[in-house]
Design a protein around this ligand. Structure first.
Ligand SMILES: [Zn+2]
Length: 358
């Protein structure tokens, strides 16, 4: 499976030149800086302190639930702000440091090796392409592309999808990663064999996660098991809602293209044009959204220039918007509120779209 070309238009050549010039003015440093590292340390400290407070201090139930929600959201922020950049190898200049930082993802429950295949080799390489982007056929209950098999239940997906988002994080930790390890093929990757090292890491990190999240609080510190279980579920509901909102608002909104390669495996577009057609920005002026999502609200900048640390996206987005104005090209963007409305309209459209799956 491949694209007709990498770039293929004057519009993108000029845009790449502007972004390259911008990075050159920043001393050519594509990687993280002190601010990004301090933010990363702050998020890790917040996660660890929330955990220690929950285990050691007898808080009233409202306060402890708030702390559990904060901890769940912080886990996702660690993934967005540290693990994501590390997996794109742009957090640090040194590749070994990026690999170490990616293990933070394993510590909060997700397998960073599977994430690299799903996110970098599939989602970024073949965004919204049937048979290329594993995100499309991850969850059969949810239809986001006409190239996905259509089931009668999809008619109701607008109603039940919010529930799927609530369980997305727990589903990822306990099912998705394991399922990927047992599969022989993932989208366009066939005959996959995982090394024994990756199997060992999977078993070690998943066991450690269950140990510190459930066994230690319930059976060693002896907090009532029902409290631990409720806290664990609330933690994952908070994490799931934040995780899925950011994931779907970049690609699952009206206007985002979903395509399939032709018989010879060629996608009839340049890669850059394709990324442009499949990705939407969301409230890019919101510094808060940018801070929480690790720049993923400036999703277009990330997909067009994945070799840049997210600290550059805000400025790169400004360049993209200006470039659109100069070339009279529509800038693919929704405000946060409109993106949510559009996402549910998108789900209704996809539920009824003709079945083009083979
Ligand atoms: Zn990415």
């Amino acid at each position: 499976m491949k694209f007709k070309s990498k770039n293929g238009s004057e519009f993108f050549t000029a845009l790449i030149k502007k972004v390259d010039d911008h990075i050159a003015r920043k001393n050519g440093n594509r990687f993280g800086n002190v601010y990004i590292y301090l933010k990363g340390i702050f998020l890790i400290v917040l996660y660890v302190c929330s955990y220690i407070l929950l285990l050691t201090i007898n808080l009233n139930s409202y306060l402890s639930l708030l702390l559990v929600i904060l901890m769940g959201m912080t886990a996702v922020m660690i993934v967005f702000n540290i693990v994501h950049d590390a997996s794109h190898r742009v957090l640090f200049k040194n590749p070994a440091h990026n690999r170490m930082a990616a293990y933070l993802g394993d510590l909060v429950g997700m397998n960073s090796y599977i994430w690299n295949i799903r996110h970098n080799m599939q989602h970024h390489a073949f965004t919204n392409v049937a048979g290329g982007d594993i995100l499309i056929d991850n969850i059969p209950l949810m239809r986001i592309s006409p190239y996905q098999k259509k089931y009668a239940i999809h008619k109701f997906q607008v109603l039940y999808v919010p529930l799927l988002y609530m369980v997305y994080s727990i589903f990822w930790v306990f099912f998705l990663d394991l399922n990927m390890f047992f599969r022989k093929s993932m989208a366009n990757h066939d005959n996959i064999k995982h090394s024994w090292r990756e199997w060992l890491k999977l078993i070690f990190f998943k066991s450690f996660y269950v140990f510190y999240m459930i066994i230690l609080p319930a059976f060693i510190i002896q907090i009532p098991f029902s409290h631990v279980l409720i806290s664990f579920l609330v933690y994952h509901i908070a994490a799931g809602i934040l995780l899925s909102s950011v994931v779907v608002l970049g690609h699952c909104v009206e206007g985002a293209d979903y395509v399939s390669p032709d018989e010879s495996g060629i996608i009839q577009n340049s890669w850059m044009q394709h990324e442009w057609n499949t990705t939407y920005d969301c409230s890019t002026d919101s510094r808060m959204l940018h801070w929480i999502s690790g720049g993923l609200n400036t999703h277009l900048a990330h997909h067009l220039f994945p070799k840049l640390c997210h600290r550059h996206y805000y400025e790169v987005t400004r360049i993209i918007r200006q470039h659109c104005l100069e070339h009279h090209v529509k800038y693919p963007h929704y405000s946060f509120g409109k993106a949510i409305i559009s996402h549910f309209r998108f789900l209704r459209i996809q539920a009824h779209a003709a079945d083009l799956s083979k």
